[in-house]
Design a binder for this molecule. Structure first.
Ligand code: BES
Ligand code: MN
Ligand code: MN
Length: 453
């Protein structure tokens, strides 16, 4: 197996580069044809690797790529999930090389989607090829690769609900997360949920001269800023009534266990050019970005932002706000609490509208399952050290749905690093990580099948 991987390394990388050249930005309709082309690319590669029943399953949005290999219905089945869509690449001017013209520099592949999730998803396609070509696929496998993860996976949710039989499996396998470091592998055991919404504050019915009206009418930008600022108190707790009601507090033992994961605060600050970190009082940085809920403004706009100056009181101000959720908060509950509170704190001088976007539920995955143990053994073999379980702050909303709709736990075998800059300019993925993934995944199948006997 390892000989086959070594012999085909260059081709594996070149195929990934080919896929990275297609700008599959799901958020922007101008890339529609490219997103569909990427689905076709993935389908073709699955077919070439030996998958059966390969098809683009149409949805109300972008197609879901399906393929499977059922070698024996009495053996366990692994359902692989990943996504072929990517985040927008803006701002382009901050990239050192164009986002859709991948280059390899210092052992890293630079391109939008290199890590999230084309590079990681493609490790599974190649690991499958490796197992097929070497006649070592030890159980059944199904692939479900979607094109709308970065915009909320709403059509995938419908697809999952309507295709439970087709998707029947024993475990879900996903590489769409990270690990602590190349010498400290980790397995993600939790993801935060999300409530995403947009707010609109309206003052006067038109933009006004700020000299003639300034001081006498509400400026919706000033008001919006005050309202947003009031959502955190001086301890950086979120002030929305009932926000923490359902938050599961970890025991002192669990927190002590978490604190044992290697983390270097000085390095962390240095990597981000920060003189200090910032967050909820009473919690460490690792806790703040994984087991605690958050509220962040993701964008804010209004008024005049062009060249020079324009003295105006704008009619409207807007913001996009997301809250990351932890067990046992739900997105419906938190969206409602936000909406109620935000409207209630608005002064009479403005009108406020809150528009919910999308949501997703938090999830914690078991570490005592056969699947987790198999993954742990696989990493231990390829990295030489036992991986540590780590809860992540990111979100993959479909993972909680896999549990609630299909009754299946997921194993989050990520190979990315914080320095991969996912969603940022100069996203990259180590060739080392890509190849380690291709080596580690077949070992997961081996141990998973063995331990199921
Ligand atoms: N792959 C990421 C999520 C992720 C990254 C989880 C690293 C853990 C570690 C995924 O593509 C993503 O970006 N998810 C979005 C949520 C979605 C609803 C847009 C996120 O977390 O913001
Ligand atoms: Mn992703
Ligand atoms: Mn992403």
């Amino acid at each position: 197996m390892n000989q086959y991987i070594a012999d085909n390394k260059d081709r594996f990388i070149n195929e990934l580069l080919d896929m990275l050249r297609i700008p599959s930005v799901s958020a922007d309709p101008k890339f529609k044809q490219d997103v569909i082309r990427t689905a076709e690319f993935v389908a073709e590669k699955l077919r070439q690797a030996g998958a059966d029943n390969v098809a683009l399953c149409e949805t109300a949005g972008y197609p879901i790529v399906y393929g499977d290999k059922i070698i024996d219905p009495s053996l366990p089945t692994v359902l692989v999930y990943g996504h072929y869509d990517v985040q927008p690449a803006d701002p382009y001017e901050l990239w050192h090389s164009p986002p859709f013209e991948p280059v390899i520099k210092d052992g890293k592949i630079y391109a939008r989607g290199a890590c999230d999730d084309k590079g990681q998803m493609y490790m599974h396609v190649k690991a499958f090829e490796v197992m097929m070509e070497n006649n070592i696929l030890p159980c059944n496998v199904k692939f479900m690769i979607e094109g709308e993860e970065e915009v909320g996976s709403e059509n995938l949710a419908t697809f999952v609900k309507g295709n439970k039989e087709k998707l029947s499996a024993d475990v879900i396998l996903i590489s769409d997360t990270g690990m602590l470091g190349n010498d400290t592998p980790s397995i993600t055991t939790g993801l935060r949920g999300m409530s995403y919404l947009e707010v609109e504050v309206t003052g006067p019915n038109r933009d006004l001269h700020s000299g003639l009206y300034g001081g006498a009418v509400a400026n919706p930008i000033n008001i919006l800023c005050q309202m947003i600022a009031s959502l955190h108190d001086e301890h950086n707790h979120i002030t929305i009534p009932g926000f923490y009601d359902n938050v599961q507090e970890l025991s002192q033992e669990e927190r002590a266990e978490m604190a044992r994961a290697p983390f270097d605060l000085e390095k962390y600050k240095k990597a981000l050019d920060l003189s200090d970190v910032h967050g909820e009082e009473g919690y460490s940085t690792m806790e703040r970005n994984s087991i605690r809920p958050t509220l962040d403004v993701n964008g804010i706009w209004g008024g005049y932002t062009g060249e020079g100056a324009k003295t105006v009181i704008p009619s409207k101000a807007f913001a996009k706000i997301s809250m990351r959720l932890v067990p046992n908060q739900t997105s419906a509950e938190i969206t409602e609490k936000f909406q109620k509170h935000f409207v209630s704190i608005a002064p009479k001088s403005v009108k406020v509208v809150v528009k919910p976007h999308h949501g997703g539920e938090p999830v914690v995955t078991p570490t005592d399952s056969i699947a987790y143990q198999a993954a742990s053994r696989a990493y231990e073999e390829t990295f030489g050290v036992k991986p540590v379980p780590v809860r992540s702050g990111g979100s993959i909303p479909i993972v909680a749905m896999f549990k609630s709709e299909l009754g299946l736990d997921s194993v989050l075998m990520g190979f990315g690093l914080d320095s991969d800059a996912i969603h940022s300019p100069n996203e990259n993925f180590g060739v080392f990580n890509f190849m380690k993934g291709i080596e580690t995944i077949p070992l997961f199948y081996r141990y998973y099948a063995e331990m199921n006997k």
